[in-house]
Design a binder for this molecule. Structure first.
Ligand code: GAP
Length: 513
């Protein structure tokens, strides 16, 4: 099946099974805004819990905060967002559709890479076991031709972005003959800058009101609380502050479902270090964050680092962790070495001294910062994309199953009485009464057992138990495993110990130690 079709199926599965709904659905939705349903919110909370515990629980020198969304407007002046938080936009005159010029060019680069990958895949099929990929890539004429085109475009694009040369960005789009996906034409306007922050007003009267912004990142809430946390927590450098919260960006090109939203959630951690040690810490955090992703078991081949061509003027290193989505490798997380830019700017704009007195050096300095920043919604999407599978079963049957890591699954155990009578529902409730304190259980009695299993597969429930007439005699139930579909008879008294470890966040956290 084409990857586009798979993605469409994932989007409709998310709606059909209560994971993600379009916002304001009965009013036909609101562009690039989504609501999480009864299963989505559980999965999302589990992702957040996994992140929070890996940061705050596992690191003695990291603490959390929860800062407000509204902040003093000068913060956004100091951070550079008022002047420079822009996207380069371009319109197609025929379709009247608006695009990000940088995204159009990045998609063109990805097309060259896809062509190379296709050649490699074809050759691998042809040569079988004897295939030497490295040699093929360095000698095959078609691969070399595409690689040269890709590298030249990449360099030209990086130069244009570094210089923020809007005319050059347009020229690249024209030279590469990039067409509008809707109209199919190359009738492009000039490239313009567009600020992504949402504005609103605080104050009751028009005269007394002042303009404030909805935060476009949670990071600034951490920087402006650096002194509060360092002093009240008596934190010693190196230390980190973690935060999970909503962020808002007026994304013009909002596509690909929850990949790019106007209201989304971030999990950010700012790690304050001694100047000069930041690149060591940058590498440590890069490795740790990749390990966090890989502990989910989606396969190392589905991740890659993407080092930034265009470093923000205050950064001295930056990389993205990309995940293989159905629409290509895409950024899920950014790791940035932000120097002392943010703290210095806030010191300058607030007039406060924002420093750290290092007792070992007997001197004060402005700490440098390593940031790890991951979007909850993008992480959610990557989990869904990897988990969604359509399986052919013996006997010609098929099923849709979400192979979610058990620790992230919305429901851990489905409790299913075989029939709705003969005391089986009562026995099922009795079992739930005990287990519900330890993990999320769901009781279901409607429809045949087969249909109920399918429904649980579709929401990724790792375990189901069936209570039958024998249960009333032997106090045993049938435990069914989502992935293998194997069924075993187990005593009710052993259920908790059989399931709890496998479905707990701790099982993931232990892989990080
Ligand atoms: N404080 C740094 C920062 O905000 P960013 O690369 O702009 O960096 C970090 O954003 C992460 O937030 C991204 O890797 C992505 O996962 C998520 N993100 C950014 N914009 C988003 C959007 N419009 N919709 C969903 N997630 C978004």
């Amino acid at each position: 099946m084409a990857q586009e079709d798979v993605f469409k199926k994932i989007v409709s599965h998310c709606k059909e099974y209560g994971f993600v709904f379009p916002s304001s659905d009965i009013y036909d939705g609101l562009g690039a805004v989504y609501d999480y349903g009864q299963n989505g919110v559980e999965l999302k909370n589990n992702i957040k819990q996994y992140w929070w515990q890996s940061m705050v629980l596992l690191h003695e020198n990291i603490v959390g905060i929860d800062s407000a969304i509204f902040m003093h407007p000068t913060i956004w002046k100091a951070s550079g967002h008022v002047d420079a938080f822009n996207d380069p936009l371009i319109d197609n005159r025929d379709s009247k559709k608006r695009y990000r010029a940088d995204v159009l060019i990045e998609e063109q680069i990805a097309k060259y890479e896809e062509k190379i990958d296709k050649e490699v895949a074809k050759a691998r099929k042809r040569f079988g076991e004897a295939f030497d990929e490295a040699q093929f890539r360095s000698t095959n004429a078609r691969v070399l031709e595409q690689q040269a085109k890709r590298d030249a475009l990449h360099q030209r694009y990086a130069d244009a972005m570094n210089a923020m040369d809007l005319n050059e960005l347009k020229q690249i789009i024209l030279d590469e003959e990039i067409v509008c996906p809707i109209s199919g034409t190359r009738n492009w306007t000039d490239v313009r800058q567009f600020n992504l922050m949402f504005k609103t007003e605080v104050g009751s009267t028009a005269e007394g009101a002042s303009t404030i912004y909805l935060r476009p990142e949670t990071a600034q809430g951490i920087f402006v609380n650096y002194l509060n946390v360092q002093k009240t927590g008596r934190m010693k450098v190196p230390f980190g502050i973690a935060q999970i919260g909503k962020a808002f960006r007026n994304e013009i090109v909002a596509r690909q479902f929850i990949f790019r939203m106007r209201e989304f959630e971030q999990m950010e951690m700012q790690f304050f270090v001694k100047p000069g040690t930041e690149l060591d810490w940058f590498n440590k955090w890069k490795a740790y964050r990749l390990a966090w992703h890989e502990a989910l078991g989606f396969g190392e081949e589905n991740y890659r680092y993407h080092d930034h061509e265009k470093l923000a003027h205050y950064a001295n290193a930056a990389t993205d962790i990309e995940f293989h989505m159905p629409f290509g490798f895409k950024e899920v997380e950014g790791i940035h070495s932000r120097t002392n830019f943010d703290l210095s700017q806030h010191a300058k704009f607030s007039g406060r001294k924002i420093e750290y007195f290092d007792p070992e050096l007997n001197e004060s300095y402005t700490p440098y910062v390593i940031e790890t920043s991951i979007g909850v919604d993008r992480m959610f999407l990557s989990v869904m994309c990897h988990a969604y599978q359509e399986e052919k079963l013996e006997g010609g049957d098929s099923r849709v199953v979400l192979k979610l890591p058990a620790a992230l699954a919305p429901v851990k155990l489905a409790v299913l009485p075989l029939v709705k009578k003969d005391g089986l529902p009562e026995k099922a409730h009795e079992i739930m009464q005990d287990l519900k304190f330890h993990f999320n259980c769901k009781y279901e009695e409607k429809d045949s057992i087969g249909k109920r299993y399918r429904r649980q597969d579709a929401i990724g429930t790792p375990f189901c138990i069936t209570i039958d007439h024998d249960t009333l005699q032997d106090n045993c139930v049938t435990l069914r495993d989502r992935d293998t579909m194997e069924q075993t008879r187990v005593p009710i008294s052993e259920l908790r110990s059989l399931i709890e470890d496998k479905v707990s966040i701790t099982s993931l956290l232990k892989k990080l130690q």
